[in-house]
Design a protein around this ligand. Structure first.
Ligand SMILES: Nc1nc2c(c(=O)[nH]1)N[C@H]1C(S)=C(S)[C@@H](COP(=O)(O)OP(=O)(O)OC[C@H]3O[C@@H](n4cnc5c(=O)[nH]c(N)nc54)[C@H](O)[C@@H]3O)O[C@H]1N2
Ligand SMILES: Nc1nc2c(c(=O)[nH]1)N[C@H]1C(S)=C(S)[C@@H](COP(=O)(O)OP(=O)(O)OC[C@H]3O[C@@H](n4cnc5c(=O)[nH]c(N)nc54)[C@H](O)[C@@H]3O)O[C@H]1N2
Ligand code: SF4
Ligand SMILES: [Mo]
Length: 684
């Protein structure tokens, strides 16, 4: 008998879809569907999650704990019992702490699961044991900094309002591939209101393909486009002077500055024509219900925070926030207001313990003093939800760090990833269908609830179980270590005045939609003084603020192409992989085929690339080799390589991220994944 059980997608995707999972046997699922009654998901999920049976029942799933037997990085393991594995880990952490102090232990996490308990429960261990903490920068920080700079808190209009817009601008995101549910609401606006879709990207993505107004610019140049659009609005007299005066810090200095950022100036930087810029600005100015949906992609450059800040100036100059279906939205992160004190042992957080930057794992593990924040070397790690050997920038340095002889690495994983191969102790992890959790709908307004659908596979354990068992062995005493995931979720919801876990699991989500006036910032922006800031306080946002502009502007701090590195590489997601997750599923592999460089035909001709041949690409950090394809949908000088392909799919055993710089993005860190200068040549 097929049962349909409510769940939620745990993956690192702002859609956090409400799911209905077909359970076809006690230990087997069939198709996964989007919940039809969820007002954001509306019955739609991406293809990769619809076929989740391929992932949860995959033959390569790790089944039992293992201990390294060969040399570091060789990938040879022998099975051990859970008890022995946990004893060994506890012993190693205790000894490391005795030798170097507790901060030598670095519990590390990334985004494999986004669950409140299964992802961040590791904080409970960090806090109670005074281990090193983590600044989680790899994904959102440049975008977040830029949004905070102008708007303030990470909240905004309900994204379902896109269905009521007359112009939707998808700026620097590729939702057809990365957040398919955005398209549901955009299509509704197009069908019911004849709304126009504009997409700003640096190559012709599947989302650009669907646009009425495709804008394909040079990577890292978005701030120039946004500033020129504001210039046109000020020149044309279409700026909303009343909004600017009441709700922003706009002043004559800002006006003078923006009037100098002309379409002619921006055309040179973006590679767009002046006419394209002017027309786009006028369309925007002339549409009250203009909704800008911001992606992450355009902020993954060294000037990305400044770009985000400049683009958020547009709805302020245009007064678009006033209107239903108007304004801008990036993600909801600050609107949940949950009491997480028990889940994360916040009462035990010692603010003096150091905080290490997740993105700088290479610099941290190779002992670069600034990355160690004045503390001891990291000599022991527990990694959950993370495939850092594959996804972090500057992979060569990361690998050098992870294979250090004096570093003890525990990896808790579902699959034998590149990172798992480097473990000293490798623990098998449960998949979301095998545990309970709640997930922030970063791209909407609901906290979705995912209850357990299957028993845990083989000897796999949930993250929560590992944290609790280790905590006990290490002597960490806190009530959270004695509670089940469901009990912790229940405690959290109740303490937050948001009902119970049982209610959430049955309903499938908890609604956090804010009233219109508040969501549109019409009662004031979440900034000191209540005003949108054209003049941000970058220094308050992070330590690397020095090169950021005082007002919305293009900051010329990208990794510029030069004679030795004439191309600019953009390394965005592939449609059926999610970071490196799903790179193991047969249908995703069949669709994505192999690592491929998209090269403009003019560049290909100039380089004399032979059809069907391979290319080499490199810079001072590394070199890769792959097939290439002629692609007209980008500006000459730009090269795109989609997907975080597993390291094992590349000759040499290391992938695209060896080319990406590990330097922190201003002002608060994060990675410039789409901002890399490279050379390119035919490979023989
Ligand atoms: N299928 C799939 N879905 C995913 C993911 C995945 O790997 N695969 N990853 C998930 C995660 S972790 C995240 S954070 C989100 C990210 O999802 P998005 O918000 O879509 O962000 P990115 O994927 O980084 O980049 C999106 C687009 O930005 C473009 N871009 C790059 N540089 C520039 C630029 O300078 N200017 C402009 N205008 N565009 C630029 C890229 O070409 C790309 O098409 O997606 C999530 N969803
Ligand atoms: N070139 C390039 N690199 C990028 C990006 C890019 O656009 N281009 N995007 C960056 C971004 S936005 C992000 S967020 C990062 C993402 O980087 P990661 O968060 O490291 O993402 P994944 O590669 O999917 O690895 C997550 C791992 O967690 C495991 N996992 C899943 N669920 C669980 C669980 O419940 N328990 C445990 N223990 N493990 C689990 C999965 O099997 C998977 O191997 O990558 C970044 N790297
Ligand atoms: S669209 Fe995103 S949240 Fe929805 S099922 Fe796919 S990966 Fe999960
Ligand atoms: Mo991400």
């Amino acid at each position: 008998m097929v049962e349909r059980i409510r769940s939620a997608c745990p993956h690192d995707c702002p859609s956090a879809c409400a799911l209905e999972v077909e359970r076809i046997a006690p230990d087997r699922i069939g198709r996964v569907h989007g919940a039809r009654d969820n007002p954001y998901t509306q019955g739609v999920v991406c293809a990769k999650v619809a076929r989740y049976a391929e992932r949860v029942h995959h033959p390569d799933r790790l089944t039992r704990p293992q201990r390294r037997v060969g040399a570091k990085g060789e990938g040879a393991f022998a099975p051990v019992s859970w008890d022995d594995a946990l004893d060994e880990i506890a012993e190693a952490f205790t000894q490391a702490a005795q030798r170097h102090g507790s901060e030598t232990v670095w519990p590390y996490h990334s985004g494999g699961t986004m669950g409140l308990v299964q992802r961040w429960g590791i904080d409970r261990l960090r806090h109670t044991m005074r281990y090193s903490r983590q600044k989680t920068t790899i994904c959102i920080t440049p975008a977040e900094s830029g949004w905070r700079a102008g708007v303030g808190a990470l909240t905004g209009p309900d994204p379902r309002e896109m269905a009521e817009a007359d112009l939707i601008i998808v700026w620097g995101g590729n939702p057809v591939s990365t957040q398919v549910n955005q398209m549901t609401h955009i299509q509704r606006a197009r069908k019911s209101r004849g709304a126009k879709l504009a997409v700003v990207d640096c190559y012709r993505t599947p989302t650009v393909e669907q646009a009425d107004i495709p804008i394909v610019l040079r990577p890292g140049s978005d701030a120039a486009l946004a500033c020129a659009m504001m210039c046109v609005m000020l020149e044309d007299g279409t700026a909303d002077r009343d909004f600017l005066a009441r709700l922003t810090d706009f002043d004559p200095e800002v006006e003078r500055h923006l009037r100098g950022r002309t379409p002619a100036w921006a055309a040179k930087i973006t590679g767009l024509t002046e006419a394209t810029i002017r027309d786009f600005a006028r369309l925007y100015a002339g549409t009250e219900r203009a909704f800008i949906r911001l992606g992450f992609g355009f902020t993954r450059s060294r000037n990305g925070a400044a770009a985000m800040h400049a683009v958020t100036g547009l709805p302020a100059v245009g007064g678009k926030w006033r209107h239903q279906g108007g304004g801008a939205f990036f993600v909801n992160l600050d609107n949940w207001k949950l009491d997480l004190s028990t889940a994360y042992a916040l009462d035990r957080l010692d603010p003096d313990t150091r905080v290490l930057d997740q993105s700088r794992i290479g610099a941290v593990l190779t002992g670069q003093p600034d990355a160690l924040a004045g503390g001891p070397p990291v000599t022991a790690m527990l990694m959950q939800n993370a495939n850092s050997a594959n996804v972090a920038p500057d992979s060569r340095t990361v690998r050098r760090g992870l294979t250090r002889d004096d570093l003890f690495v525990v990896v808790h994983e579902q699959f034998p990833t590149a990172t798992a191969q480097l473990a000293d102790v490798l623990l098998p992890a449960a998949v979301f269908l095998e545990y309970d959790d709640l997930y922030y709908g970063l791209g909407h307004t609901m906290l979705t609830a995912g209850q357990r659908v299957l028993d845990r596979y083989a000897e796999s354990w949930t993250n929560h179980e590992v944290i609790c068992a280790l905590g006990k062995r290490l002597g960490a005493d806190h009530p959270g270590f004695d509670m089940s995931a469901a009990e912790l979720l229940d405690t959290t919801l109740r303490a937050s005045g948001r009902g119970s876990w049982a209610e959430a699991a049955e309903r499938g989500w908890v609604d956090f939609t804010a009233p219109f006036e508040e969501a549109h910032f019409l009662e004031g922006f979440p900034q000191p003084g209540g005003r949108f800031r054209f003049k941000p306080d970058w220094a308050a946002l992070g330590p690397y603020y020095a090169d950021l502009p005082e007002m919305p502007d293009y900051a010329d701090i990208v990794e510029r192409a030069d004679d030795a590195h004439p191309f600019r590489l953009v390394a965005p997601p592939a449609r059926t992989f999610l970071n490196t997750s799903f790179t193991e599923t047969p249908s995703s592999r069949a669709r994505e085929k192999h690592p491929t460089a998209l090269v403009h035909p003019m560049d290909a001709e100039r380089l004399g690339l032979g059809e069907g041949a391979r290319v080499r690409m490199g810079n001072g950090r590394g070199e890769v080799d792959m097939l290439w394809r002629s692609f007209e949908g980008l500006q000459p000088g730009t090269v795109v390589v989609e997907g975080i392909w597993p390291n094992s799919d590349w000759t040499g055993g290391m992938g695209i991220n060896q080319l990406i710089g590990g330097d922190p993005v201003p002002p608060a860190g994060g990675v410039a994944f789409h901002d890399t200068a490279v050379w390119l040549r035919g490979s023989n």
